[in-house]
Design a protein. Structure first.
Length: 312
């Protein structure tokens, strides 16, 4: 569903200092109470995005626009960047999709927001979402491999602000801000969850639980969101094997005085016939043949496979 901000579409705006029409003014939208950009659209189906910010025409008029239902931050400046107003949380009036009029609003806390992740047991492209598959997103001119479109700007900013370059690298290197990298048509890499299952941080707002001690870390750390840990197979070390004994016989000391794993010395110190049972024997050991193939064992839990989607 979609709605708009009352009194803004098609209205004329005037510079608060000069009183002249705000021609060339810039109208920007963000998620409520944040600096994360949120797109406005030219249609109620939210498929044709406006640039963000929207530029007012020569008469200072605001073009028609539609927003996802909920709350939004709205900021208007003149062409030189002087702020005319900046409202941190305005209600989008709707729903208006399908030609309907006003009505109740949708609580923004009950719907998906930019950056939210959803798992489904499918392998398809999903409208309004991209896949956490290690490919890239960016502007229409960026050449991004997962999605190159203006509607990626909000997620581009979300990834840039919430994940460091080891987890979500920007191709060509990060610049001074998400906005400058977006304007430069750079690509940002999506988190790569192929072949992974989800798990909880060792902290999650509390003291470290220490439950991931000794787990192999591929990137990040056990208290860093988006980090990769674990292994699908593992070759046991000697210390990981259970305590056990090796069976076997020591052999006949009258015929095998030099065969070889340490056993108690046999015989006495006297001099006598070599073939006597109580003759003196040299120190010796018995070799036991090695067992097992040394292959890595599978440590992967039973898992249902699907796709991780991330909201644009």
């Amino acid at each position: 569903m979609a709605g708009t901000i009352p009194n803004l579409p098609l209205s004329m705006q005037f510079d608060k200092d000069s009183g002249k029409p705000l021609r060339g003014g810039k109208l920007s939208f963000y998620q409520a109470n944040t600096t994360t950009p949120q797109l406005a659209y030219k249609d109620v189906g939210l498929t044709l995005p406006h640039p963000n910010p929207i530029t007012l025409d020569g008469a200072g008029r605001v073009p028609s626009f539609y927003l996802a239902d909920g709350l939004v931050r709205v900021r208007l400046t003149n062409a030189r960047g002087s702020v005319q107003f900046d409202e941190a949380s305005l209600l989008v009036i709707g729903p208006s999709a399908g030609g309907g009029g006003g009505g109740g609003s949708v609580d923004a806390t009950t719907v998906f927001q930019t950056g939210d992740v959803m798992w489904l047991d499918v392998d398809v492209v999903r409208l309004g979402w991209v896949r956490d598959n290690g490919r890239t997103i960016g502007s229409a001119a960026s050449g991004a491999t997962e999605r190159a479109n203006a509607d990626c700007q909000s997620l581009f900013t979300f990834l840039w602000q919430n994940f460091d370059t080891t987890l979500c690298p920007v191709l060509g290197g990060r610049g001074g801000s998400a906005a400058s990298d977006w304007a430069a048509d750079k690509q940002i890499t999506l988190p790569d969850k192929r072949g992974y299952v989800t798990g909880g941080l060792d902290t999650m707002g509390n003291a470290a639980a220490g439950r991931l001690s000794g787990v192999p870390i591929l990137s990040g750390g056990v208290t860093t969101p988006g980090s990769l840990i674990g292994e699908p197979t593992h070759a046991q070390t000697v210390n990981e094997m259970p305590s056990h004994n090796h069976g076997g016989e020591t052999g006949d000391p009258t015929t095998s005085p030099s065969v070889g794993a340490a056993v108690a010395s046999q015989g006495n110190s006297g001099v006598g016939n070599f073939y006597a049972v109580n003759t003196t024997l040299p120190a010796h050991h018995h070799t036991i043949a090695s067992q097992g193939g040394g292959q890595a064992m599978n440590v992967t839990q039973r898992t249902v496979l699907g796709t991780f989607y991330r909201k644009l």
